[in-house]
Design a protein around this ligand. Structure first.
Ligand code: 9MR
Length: 338
């Protein structure tokens, strides 16, 4: 967790108090950035091309957040689309930006069934194992010491709590998870190693399965440090039941927890009532993380409705972020940072 809360918060409060009478037309975000009101890492997924090409995007990101997660740039399908030919350009750019601006990086992601190059899918079991090990060693090795936390294994469960029949599961068997964490620890001993998933925010069959797995891994001495809850919510499905209790039960296993990909999508068009519900969801996510001590990070999956995965994946839905397309703070932002 960050250690700067008292000084920063004191400054932020002074600015806020002193500024009320003279600058009340300036949005709250300009007066007190999100990163100044919390002792958690507060982050966003970012895309290297927007970072390079959009000065306003870059400036809001730099001002508001102190952690970045490459949205796609570290995925296997991007860094090694063709076997043995690496493209680190996007990942290097984001890590470089983070270093220049004093932000931490969440590495995303090493072992995932999606955005996998075809050549990996087609490997026989024995080779898949050695290639996966090399992939972890190569990517983590490149950024050794520069990544605060890595999503080592991503989205390994189905919603009913069974294991997803990924190529890793099918060809390597249950042990691939423990292997991946052991290889990851060896590749960068300074990084916190996470398992990450969605629809695990509340108490349900999927989070039960994740909980049982993490408990088992801890008992076996597998080097796992944290559990990431993605936090992809939608206002029409209700807020995840038992969210805070769920975070707390994982914390009791002795791992860090983190909100890693928060967004709250809305059936379009957005209106004030929907934006209010969205604000409530974001606020609950935020408060739950702050109520559980080892919740060390609150990261959103993008920060502006200008760039979000949601409309492409869920046609007719969107407006899922804290800032609108013009980078103005939305009600969800001001609910968290009034
Ligand atoms: O936001 C990402 C989008 O640009 C990609 O096309 C997509 C490919 O699967 O992945 C999106 O990010 C996902 C993340 O890596 C893992 N959790 C779910 C995210 C949203 O789909």
């Amino acid at each position: 967790m960050k250690n700067k809360i008292s000084a920063r918060r004191a400054v932020a409060l002074l600015v806020a108090v002193a500024g009320i009478s003279v600058v009340n037309s300036i949005p709250a975000s300009a007066a007190v950035p999100l990163k100044a009101i919390t002792n958690r890492h507060v982050g966003s997924a970012v895309a290297a091309n927007h970072l390079a090409n959009e000065a306003d995007y870059r400036s809001v990101l730099t001002r508001e957040f102190d952690n970045v997660t490459p949205e796609n740039e570290m995925k296997w399908g991007v860094v090694e689309a063709e076997r043995g030919r690496y493209d680190w350009s996007g990942a290097d750019a984001i890590v470089g930006y983070a270093q220049r601006t004093g932000k931490t990086v969440r590495g995303h992601t090493l072992v995932w069934h999606s955005q996998l190059p075809d050549w990996v899918d087609d490997l026989p079991a024995g080779e898949l194992r050695s290639v996966t090990r090399r992939h972890i060693a190569t990517e983590m090795g490149r950024y050794r010491g520069k990544i605060r936390a890595w999503d080592v294994v991503n989205e390994m469960f189905n919603d009913d709590g069974t294991r997803r029949a990924s190529v890793f599961q099918q060809k390597l068997g249950d042990g691939y998870v423990a292997d991946a964490f052991r290889w990851a620890r060896a590749a960068d001993p300074s990084a916190k190693l996470y398992i990450n998933d969605y629809n695990t925010e509340g108490l349900n069959a999927k989070s039960d399965a994740l909980y049982n797995l993490v408990r088992t891994l801890k008992r076996q001495g597998v080097p796992i440090d944290g559990v990431g809850f993605q936090g992809h919510l939608a206002i029409q499905y209700g807020f995840p039941a038992g969210y805070q209790a769920n975070l707390a039960r994982f914390a009791a296993l002795g791992v860090e927890v983190a909100i890693t990909e928060a967004d709250v999508r809305i059936p379009l068009p957005a209106d004030p009532a929907k934006l209010d519900t969205q604000a409530n969801y974001f606020k609950q996510l935020w408060d739950g993380c702050h109520a559980v001590r080892p919740c060390v990070e609150f990261t959103t999956w993008g920060f502006t409705d200008r760039h979000s995965w949601v409309p492409d994946t869920f046609p007719g839905e969107g407006a899922a972020c804290l800032f609108d397309t013009n980078l103005r703070p939305k009600p969800a932002y001001t609910r968290i940072n009034p």
